[in-house]
Design a protein around this ligand. Structure first.
Ligand code: NDP
Ligand code: HSE
Length: 433
């Protein structure tokens, strides 16, 4: 059947910011190509945003306007909603429920929505026969959802980890390259359209946690779980740690990690020291990368632009085309009724190696105090450095450990904090790859 003889797919777009405008641009630029690839014409019928008068760099005159995005779902000229507003609740959540309950399909770039309500929304989609797709929600332009849900479907995935936040990777890159301070770089990330509406979601690791929860769900056949995902961001990364990382042969990256073992699932988000020779250490600026380990395929690595107008819109359009083609499957990879409930492994049980930086008094006996705490807590030192005077007094002692259970490291840090010779709260970073 030719594409012209099929019913057009009529789309409503809610949210006309960075990503929404990007989607309109792709749909206008590649109209004929998308019709051929989707097997039917794809038409934008209606749009919604907060401010109708705002100049957006695209002509909205051909499309109907809705002040209330939820009204898009009930329009007869809309078969598919593209939600690009953001936020786990509020209008995005209301629109998702309304759309899927009506049996209309729903595409979103909203990781907060899927991480927090993925199971419920997948259930609604399955009940009504609608499609729910969210490729753009994780790693921007990289088709990593497709990789897990389709390309790697023949594998048992044992684990994955990745750089999943463009804003943080961009900030860490520029802090290292240009010695700029955190706040200055964050403003640039916002100007470039990488950051969330509330950038604390980026820098405090919450955005990475949303994405990690989604990837873990698809990888392990579970529901996204935000309740068991210890999360730390990059707010406390100091230039001195970036410098020490380099000296020790590492680079600091914000990672999302998900692993399955016989005991259950371990998910976590934190800045980590990544070996300069590892693939993720070379991933700079707003680029994201995900490493996935499957039992038959081995290790696969996916890399590309993780944020911004074009890359994110590219993934949204891929979902639209899948729906136009009728390529559908259970939103979480397997039906909601088949999702497994696997135990969450607590962070304290994590076995790893660690970087610890202490600012201490520069006097005899201090090193002995430090090493006696390490000995008492059974933490074995791999390397240790002491540098000259710090600007704010004292000296830095920097050490890396052999493999240790995280609970032991927590107790050690606590003990360090209580030593008289330790002048500020110790810094700890996990060494990951
Ligand atoms: P923006 O802040 O640029 O745009 C949000 C849009 O939603 C704006 O058009 C805004 O309207 C509209 N909006 C906000 N509140 C309402 C409301 N109550 N009713 C109707 N419209 C509303 O966000 P982005 O485009 O950056 O992000 C959109 C989604 O894509 C988010 O879920 C984000 O997490 C996700 N995402 C973003 C990426 C990026 O690089 N930017 C990458 C991957 C995912 P108005 O313009 O009138 O203010
Ligand atoms: N704020 C997000 C980031 C957008 O910086 O990665 C892409 O999800």
């Amino acid at each position: 059947m030719s594409s012209s003889s099929k019913e057009p797919l009529k789309v409503g777009i809610a949210g006309l910011g960075t990503v929404g405008v990007g989607v309109i641009k792709i749909m206008e630029t590649h109209n004929a190509m998308l019709t051929a690839r989707g097997g039917r014409t794809i038409e934008i019928s209606a749009v919604s945003a907060r401010d109708r008068g705002r100049e957006r760099g695209v002509d909205l005159a051909p499309y109907a306007w809705c002040d209330n995005p939820v009204e898009l779902a009930s329009r007869d000229d809309v078969d598919l909603i593209i939600e690009l507003i953001g936020g786990s609740d509020g209008p995005a959540y209301a629109l998702a429920k309304e759309t899927l309950s009506r049996g209309k399909s729903f595409v979103t770039a909203n990781k907060a929505l899927i991480a927090c309500h993925g199971k419920e929304l997948a259930g609604l989609a399955e009940a009504s026969g609608a499609s729910l797709r969210y490729e753009a929600a994780v790693a921007g332009g990289i088709p990593v959802i497709k990789a897990l849900a389709e390309g790697l479907v023949g594998n048992d995935v044992s684990g994955l980890y990745g750089i999943l936040n463009g804003t943080c990777n961009y900030i860490l890159t520029r802090m290292e390259r240009e010695g700029l301070d955190f706040a200055e770089v964050l403003e640039d990330a916002q100007r470039l359209g990488y950051a969330e509406a509330d950038p604390t979601f980026d820098i405090d690791g919450i955005d990475t946690a949303h994405k990690t929860a989604i990837l873990a769900a698809l990888a392990f056949g579970t529901a996204p779980d935000m309740d068991n995902l210890p999360t730390e961001g990059i707010r406390n990364i100091a230039p001195v740690d970036i410098d020490y990382a380099k000296e020790l042969g590492y680079r600091i990256k914000l990672l999302g990690v998900a692993r399955r073992t016989d005991d259950g699932i371990e998910t976590r988000v934190h800045p980590a020291m990544v070996s300069l020779s590892a693939p993720l250490a070379k991933v700079m600026d707003a680029i994201n990368a995900v490493v996935i380990n499957g039992d038959f395929v081995g290790q696969t690595v996916y890399e590309g632009a993780g944020a911004g107008e074009g890359p994110t819109a590219s993934s949204v359009v891929a979902d639209i085309i899948d729906i136009a083609r009728g390529n559908t499957y259970a939103p979480l990879g397997i039906p909601v009724s088949d999702l497994q409930e696997l135990p969450a492994i607590p962070a304290e049980k994590h076995l790893g190696t660690y970087y610890i930086r202490l600012r201490v008094e520069d006097r005899p006996g201090v090193m002995a105090d430090i090493t006696s705490v390490l000995a008492e807590k059974n933490v074995s030192i791999k390397s240790m450095l002491q540098r000259g005077k710090c600007d704010d007094g004292g000296v830095y002692i920097v050490l890396t450990t052999h493999e240790t259970v995280e609970a032991c490291i927590a107790k050690t840090l606590n003990h360090f904090t209580n030593l008289e010779c330790v002048l500020e709260t110790p810094t700890m970073l996990r060494i990951e790859a």
